[in-house]
Design a protein around this ligand. Structure first.
Ligand SMILES: [Mg+2]
Ligand SMILES: [Zn+2]
Length: 190
């Protein structure tokens, strides 16, 4: 072993990992058009606060609609460009959108609840996962966060209320639960 730590092992950044549907955009099942994008109330202002507190904003999303043939990856990219444009009005910049386009049945490595996309993002941006948060509305988001060692945050928007009813007691102890993205700014301390 080399005594010098490799540069990539210094995890100096912290991130706010974000699910897409039901979190940074209002929940629409298999959202397939930029025109369906609605930014939740106060979400822009909230993400700006996280960003100003030094958190990288990184989206981690399953889009099996691609694998199902409902829409193309090019359309997903257009939708993401539109989301970026909408948030840029608030001074919010997303570092990257990590997308799993696969069908659940092909058992790829990336689909949440796998922590794979979170690990990929962390490696690429030198993120300390333990100092980071993952905000989602589905149990797959919470499981992904917990298995990665990231702090799980559940929003009661989108599919969040049914997710909250399904949480097992163990997970419930680990999860911070909020009504909206704007409430999550309470978590910003240091
Ligand atoms: Mg979601
Ligand atoms: Zn995948």
């Amino acid at each position: 072993m080399n005594s010098q730590p490799k540069k990539s092992s210094i995890q100096s950044e912290k991130a706010l990992f974000l699910d897409r549907d039901g979190v940074i955009v209002d929940y629409v099942p298999y959202l397939s058009q930029p025109s369906q994008v609605q930014i939740p109330q106060k979400a822009g202002e909230a993400l700006k606060k996280w960003q100003d507190a030094g958190y990288l904003l990184i989206v981690i999303t399953n889009q099996s609609g691609v694998g199902r043939g409902y829409f193309s990856m090019d359309m997903v990219d257009l939708i993401h460009k539109h989301i970026r444009d909408e948030y840029s009005a608030f001074g919010v910049r997303f570092e990257e959108f990590f997308v799993c386009p696969h069908l659940p049945s092909i058992q790829c490595k990336c689909r949440k609840p796998s922590p794979n996309m979170l690990f990929q993002a962390s490696q690429k941006y030198n993120i300390d996962i333990e100092r980071s948060f993952f905000v989602g509305d589905a149990s797959s988001d919470i499981e992904c966060a917990i298995s990665a060692g990231c702090n799980p945050v559940l929003l009661l928007t989108g599919r969040g209320s049914s997710t909250s009813r399904m949480l097992c007691d163990n997970d419930r102890k680990l999860v911070s639960i909020f009504n909206s993205l704007s409430e999550t700014i309470e978590l910003i301390k240091n």
